[in-house]
Design a protein around this ligand. Structure first.
Ligand SMILES: [Zn+2]
Length: 320
């Protein structure tokens, strides 16, 4: 009987024990959850508001957008690999090492208009390649088809391609629709052939309408639409003047200040890849400026590293 009664008692208490264990487990789970929650949110709340009791704010995403510099280097590397004729990885790395810019050191941007041209453009690019420096080429669209080699070489050397209209047209003489066609056609051709996006426009004859004029308003609206900027220049080398020899071009290119006392550092220098004397002068200008600590960069690089930065629809003459 006693044995039987004992078995009865066990049978009666078993559901109670199970319930008790369940309740204990539940309490333990709640305690663990509370504890881990407190551990996880308290530091963020303290950091965000100084009050541990504040409502925790969500932490920002840990994946930031790539910087302009990272995008620029990725773009250059793409063209080094595509058009650079690099036999191996070491050659790619050596080329890319020349693209590094020290934002603290002085910079100058040489620009070459009206090309690409037979012979002359390659002479300018020879100088860029020899010294590992970059320049900006404001091209006419009508020259693209016959000079694809030179354009690919520019991109593989980290040089910048800018827009100088299709037929070297004075945009002041164009209607809004004509202006869109004359400039947009160059952007489209370069993008379609090389996958490259042009960001700069230099108006032929440096004519782009007075401030507030219809021409200028139309042009700047196009620049904003296409994320581009207008590029004037700080000083000209006067290399299109018959009287200007390679020696004179060289002296204008390396003078620390120009006739209006503007310094060379931060300058945008106007040249043309149309005459051999310009290429000769550039071959002397580059080593001279490198010896003085200058970095020869593209216009976009110069603007991005300037205090003002690059803005679509702006007109730039210098970065100082
Ligand atoms: Zn021109």
């Amino acid at each position: 009987m006693a044995k039987k009664r004992k078995r009865y008692r066990i049978k009666a208490t078993k559901p109670l024990l199970i319930m008790l264990a369940f309740v204990l487990l539940l309490m333990l789970a709640v305690l663990i959850a509370l504890f881990s929650c407190t551990l996880g949110t308290a530091p963020a709340a303290v950091q965000a508001t100084g009050a541990p009791s504040a409502v925790p704010t969500p932490t920002p995403s840990p994946t930031p957008e790539p910087s302009w510099e990272e995008l620029r280097l990725a773009e250059i590397e793409h063209y080094v690999r595509a058009y650079g004729n690099c036999p191996d990885e070491a050659a790619v790395e050596a080329r890319m090492a020349t693209m590094v810019i020290d934002p603290e050191q002085k910079m100058v941007a040489f620009t070459f208009d009206d090309g690409p041209r037979d012979r002359i453009t390659d002479l300018v690019l020879d100088v860029c390649e020899q010294y590992g420096v970059r320049a900006t080429f404001f091209i006419n669209g009508e020259n693209i088809a016959a000079h694809e080699e030179q354009l690919m070489r520019m991109l593989s050397l980290g040089c910048e391609i800018g827009n100088h209209t299709w037929e070297h047209t004075n945009v002041e003489e164009l209607s809004a629709a004509e202006m869109r066609e004359e400039i947009g056609r160059v952007n489209d051709a370069v993008r379609e052939r090389f996958g490259y996006t042009i960001r700069l426009f230099r108006p032929p004859y440096i004519k782009y309408g007075e401030k507030g004029s219809e021409t200028r308003n139309t042009l700047l609206a196009l620049m904003i639409e296409w994320n581009m900027a207008v590029v004037n220049h700080t000083r000209s080398t006067h290399d299109t003047y018959d009287t200007y020899t390679a020696e004179k071009i060289y002296r204008r290119g390396v003078a620390e200040t120009d006739e209006s006392k503007k310094p060379l550092a931060g300058s945008i220098i106007l040249c043309h890849d149309k005459a051999k004397k310009t290429a000769e002068a550039f071959g002397r200008i580059v080593p001279e400026l490198l010896s003085r600590g200058y970095q020869l960069v593209t216009v976009s690089e110069l603007l991005h590293y300037s205090d003002e930065g690059f803005h679509a629809g702006w007109i730039y003459s210098s970065a100082n």
